[in-house]
Design a binder for this molecule. Structure first.
Ligand code: PLP
Length: 393
């Protein structure tokens, strides 16, 4: 008999009763060290006092009003994001998938309005992940996401990851945009080298193509800069944001330059919940904290500490781990043993990690994880690796 919850996930056999910083406490009282952070969502850990205060204060005032009216909380967050980034304008969504939908629509509308309606193709890359809507699965194109869900939204051109020549050859007069994650999250913490991102920007500049960055997982301070593309010294035309920006509350955004957004006039797009006062008040607190002067410096320091310990861990378990990858606190352990076995052994050692493609174990702790929790995390991963070694005999 089908469970009352549609069984599209295979879930671990425990649930959580509350959370506190980098820790989650199960309903039967086990304290688990959380290196998943809701898959890069709980950027400030669980029950951060400033977020609890913001949500309580705002909840007592106003949760939702329609976008038919002015929403000062939304304007405040948009102003802040515009001040901090390349963007001139922001549309608020409720998820990464919804941000993907708008990014695709915005790019196509741009060329339609410029009198080049044939420019509808969007180039994407192997191993990418952009969400689960019909457009987002067509964009990613992986068989396991699209099989059985056809006919797919046309107009996506899939290229190998990090192949500059293939990309150059694939840009045609019908290309509207290139859509890429600066670091593939679900794809296995595959970092697009800065030179590749710069090369993409050059190709876009030469052909007029729009550059859409999906920073849903790698943005909001995760890599040690507010957005990952800052490391490469380039800017996109359109950027998808979600996950960390709400700190656990469902919130996403599409950021764009004035030019890229020029087709999106009144009536061309909307969202009932997108940009509601509650979500935007929380997003503002998260953004203020993450963009505060010392915060990202601390992320980089913690990332250095974590990475150094992980390198030693890999060296200590050569049959289990292959290497460390990633930037900032978007880290992956490329495994030799099945990554799924390590996730399970981690449960036994009360440390939560997230598997990714390419046999990678993802480590995405809260950006403010205390140093002692980093040390504890590595100690637990060390014991989990020993369990996997013992099971292999
Ligand atoms: C999670 C993710 C999405 C989809 O976000 P949802 O909020 O789950 O819809 C899109 N792109 C990337 C890179 C992601 O990691």
């Amino acid at each position: 008999m089908i469970p009352s919850v549609l069984p599209t996930y295979s879930r671990a056999p425990f649930a959580f009763e509350h959370g506190e910083g980098s820790w989650l406490v199960t309903t039967d009282g086990r304290r688990m060290l959380d290196l998943g952070a809701g898959i890069a969502v709980n950027a400030l850990g669980h029950a951060h006092p400033a977020l609890v205060r913001t949500i309580s204060d705002q909840a007592a005032k106003l949760w939702h009003v329609s976008n038919l009216y002015q929403i000062p909380e939304q304007e405040a967050l948009a102003d802040k994001l515009v001040e901090l980034t390349f963007a001139d304008t922001v549309f608020f969504t409720n998820s990464g998938t919804e941000s993907c939908e708008l990014a695709v629509k915005m790019a196509r509308k741009y060329w339609y309005d410029k009198g080049q309606p044939e420019r509808t193709d969007i180039i994407t890359f192997d191993g990418s992940f952009h969400g689960r809507s019909a457009a987002a699965i067509a964009a990613a194109g992986a068989e396991k996401m699209v099989k059985g869900f056809g006919p797919l939204l046309p107009g996506f051109v899939h290229l190998p990851f990090g192949d500059h020549e293939a990309l150059q050859a694939a840009v045609t007069p019908n290309t509207a945009a290139i859509l890429v994650e600066p670091i593939q999250g679900e794809g296995g913490i595959r970092v697009l080298p800065d030179a590749c991102l710069k090369g993409m920007r050059d190709i876009c500049d030469a052909s007029g193509t729009l550059l859409i960055l999906d920073e849903v997982q790698c943005g909001m301070g995760r890599t040690g800069r507010l957005f990952a593309h800052e490391w490469a010294g380039i800017t996109p035309d359109i950027m998808m944001v979600a996950k960390g920006i709400g700190g656990g509350f469902p919130l996403g955004a599409v950021l764009a330059t004035e030019d890229a957004a020029s087709g999106m006039v009144a009536g061309t797009h909307g969202s009932t919940y997108g940009g509601n006062p509650l979500g935007c008040a929380i997003g503002k607190t998260v953004t203020d904290l993450v963009s505060a002067p010392d915060f990202l410096e601390e992320v980089n320091r913690k990332a250095g500490l974590f990475r150094q310990k992980l390198e030693s861990l890999v060296a200590a378990h050569p049959t289990v781990f292959d290497s460390v990858r990633g930037t900032g606190l978007l880290l992956g352990l490329k495994c030799r043993a099945p990554a799924a076995d390590l996730v399970k052994a981690g449960f036994d050692e009360e440390v939560l990690t997230v598997p990714a493609a390419d046999n990678v174990l993802r480590l995405l702790p809260a950006l403010n994880i205390p140093d002692e929790d980093i040390a504890e995390a590595v100690a637990r991963l060390d014991r989990a690796a020993a369990r996997v070694e013992a099971a292999a005999g």
